[in-house]
Design a protein. Structure first.
Length: 106
């Protein structure tokens, strides 16, 4: 008997992660989602949640990478496109601000 490969973790696990995210337990979500991605690397939902948690905890570079992975998994989803575009724009804004600050300091 072969075991079916699952893309996403069981719904109850995802529901608990979403509840933690909504309760602003983002560091816990980052940790648990990061571990789950080892077992479910093709889960769009986990990559999206991981990216959102990383972004809200102040890790924009890592968030962009996670949301890029989500987009790679589901390029057809407008949500994935928008989420990645937001993260990408934030990185550009951070880079521009850093450049402006360096120019002002010189």
């Amino acid at each position: 008997m072969t075991q079916a490969w699952q893309i996403d973790p069981p719904r109850e696990i995802l529901d608990k992660l979403l509840a933690l995210y909504e309760a602003e337990q983002r560091a816990v979500v980052m940790e648990q989602t990061g571990r789950l991605l080892e077992a479910f690397p093709a889960s769009y939902t986990l990559w999206k949640l991981f990216g959102a948690a990383l972004m809200s905890e102040g890790f924009p570079e890592q968030a962009e990478l996670a949301l890029r992975q989500a987009l790679a998994l589901r390029p057809d989803l407008e949500e994935a496109q928008k989420n990645h575009a937001i993260a990408d724009q934030l990185l550009r804004d951070i880079s521009a601000a850093a450049s402006a600050e360096m120019l002002a300091d010189s």
